[in-house]
Design a binder for this molecule. Structure first.
Ligand SMILES: [Zn+2]
Length: 369
C-alpha cells in the first residue's frame, strides 16, 4: 500500500501528482519511488494519453480514496484526445484503461507549434496555486501541445523543455521550477479563441453531431469550398492551406496542415479524424466557438448573409468582383444572395465600368479614365 499519496488538486495533471508523491516520499532516487508506485514493474507515465499506470497505482491505494473514473476524467487529457471518437471506440479506450491496460491510441502529436517538446505552466496559475494550496502544480490543460495561452488568464505559458518520454524516469515537480514570466510577443487575434476552444474540448460535454458538420458549413460560407454554394460540396484543400498559412503563420501550417490531403479533409468533414487539434484550428479560423461547432445545424446561405452584412456595415466600398472573391463566391452568386435577402447592392460594378471604358477607348470615341 502507498502511504501519503497526495490528493490531486483541481485540474492537476496525473504526472504532477506523482511528482508530489516523490517529494513527500523523501526518496533521493527516482527509481525508489517508481519501484514503490508500481510494485517493482516500472510503467510508462507522464504521457499525453494515460496508460495502465493510473489503474495500477490506484490498486495500491486504500479503496475509496480515489476512483479511476475521476482520475481519467479530471486529471488526464483523455477527454480532449477522445472528444471526436465514436461512442463505442471511446468506451473501449476507457474500459482498457480502467482495467490497467494501454489505451491503444498511438498517434498523438507531442510537439509544440515550434517543433519542440516540453512541460508548460502559467505564471499566474503558479502564484495563485502557491497562495491557495501552498505549492504549484502542473495543470493538465496547459500540457496540450497546441495550447500556448492560459485559457483562464489569457497570458502566454512558460515552457520547460523536456521530452515526454523522459518523464517515466524523472520527477519534475513544478515547485522545483523557478516561476518566471513568459516573453510577451505580439498577440495574434487567434490566440484567445484557440485557447478557449481547446479548453472547451477538454472540459465541455460536446460530441460530434449526427448527420451534419457545422465546420463544413462554415468553411463553405467562408469560400473554402468548390466554387458554388451547396451544402454538399467538398472543401478545397489548397484554399484551406493558404488560409491557414495566412491566419496562423508558418509554424502551425507546417505542423498541422502542410501534408493535408483531400482524403484527410474528407475525414475531417465527416467527424472521422480522431485528433482534435485540426478541428480546433479550423473552427477558430472560421469564427466558430465550441457551442456553435457542436450546436444545431447552421445554414450556409445564412452564414453568407451574415458575412455580406458585416462587409456592408464596415462601410468599405468594394468592387463587385473583389467582394465576391473575398466571400469565395462568384459575382453572379452575390446578386442572387442580395436578391434573396432584398439587399440593395452596396458594391461598385467596377469590372463592367472598366470594360465599357476599354471598349470606348478601342473605338476611339471617348477618353474616360
Ligand atoms: Zn493561468
Amino acid at each position: 500500500m502507498l502511504t501519503y499519496f497526495p490528493t490531486p488538486y483541481p485540474g492537476e495533471w496525473w504526472y504532477s501528482v506523482l511528482c508530489r508523491y516523490h517529494v513527500r516520499s523523501g526518496h533521493s532516487k527516482y527509481a525508489t519511488t517508481i519501484n514503490e508506485l508500481y510494485g517493482g514493474r516500472p510503467m510508462v507515465h507522464g504521457r499525453l494519453i494515460p496508460g495502465g499506470d493510473c489503474a495500477t497505482i490506484l490498486s495500491n491505494l486504500p479503496p475509496g480514496v480515489l476512483s479511476i473514473n475521476d482520475v481519467l476524467a479530471n486529471h488526464t487529457l483523455l477527454p480532449y484526445y477522445t472528444r471526436f471518437f465514436e461512442a463505442n471506440k471511446k468506451q473501449q479506450v476507457w474500459k482498457a484503461l480502467r482495467a490497467g491496460r494501454g489505451s491503444g491510441i498511438t498517434s498523438v502529436r507531442t510537439l509544440m507549434t515550434d517543433g519542440t517538446e516540453g512541460l508548460k505552466f502559467c505564471p499566474n496559475c503558479y502564484l495563485l496555486d502557491t497562495r491557495k494550496y501552498g505549492e504549484a502544480y502542473w495543470h493538465r490543460v496547459h500540457q496540450i501541445p497546441l495550447l500556448g495561452y492560459c485559457p483562464m488568464h489569457k497570458i502566454p505559458l512558460v515552457t520547460v523543455p523536456i521530452k515526454f518520454a523522459r518523464l517515466s524516469e524523472v520527477f519534475l515537480p513544478l515547485g522545483s521550477v523557478h516561476c518566471q514570466e513568459a516573453e510577451h510577443g505580439e498577440k495574434a487575434p487567434w490566440m484567445e479563441p484557440l485557447a478557449d476552444m481547446i479548453a472547451a474540448l477538454l472540459y465541455g460535454d460536446y460530441a460530434p453531431t449526427v448527420g451534419y458538420n457545422n465546420l463544413h458549413t462554415a468553411l463553405i460560407s467562408h469560400g473554402y469550398g468548390e466554387d458554388r454554394i451547396s451544402r454538399y460540396q467538398s472543401i478545397d484543400v489548397g484554399k484551406v492551406q493558404r488560409a491557414v498559412m495566412e491566419y496562423y503563420g508558418g509554424e502551425i501550417y507546417e505542423q498541422y496542415f502542410s501534408r493535408l490531403s483531400a482524403a484527410v479533409m474528407s475525414r475531417l468533414m465527416h467527424w472521422k479524424l480522431s485528433s482534435p487539434d485540426r478541428y480546433a484550428l479550423l473552427a477558430v479560423m472560421v469564427g466558430l466557438d465550441a457551442d456553435t461547432l457542436f450546436g444545431p445545424a447552421l445554414d450556409v446561405t445564412d452564414l453568407l448573409l451574415e458575412r455580406l452584412l458585416s462587409y456592408k456595415e464596415a462601410g468599405v466600398v468594394y468592387g463587385k468582383n473583389d467582394l465576391a472573391a473575398k466571400m469565395g463566391i462568384q459575382p453572379g452568386q452575390l446578386d442572387s444572395l442580395a436578391a434573396k435577402y432584398h439587399i440593395e447592392p452596396f458594391w461598385r460594378q467596377i469590372r463592367q465600368e472598366r470594360n465599357r471604358c476599354i471598349r470606348l477607348l478601342l473605338t476611339n470615341s471617348e477618353y474616360c479614365w
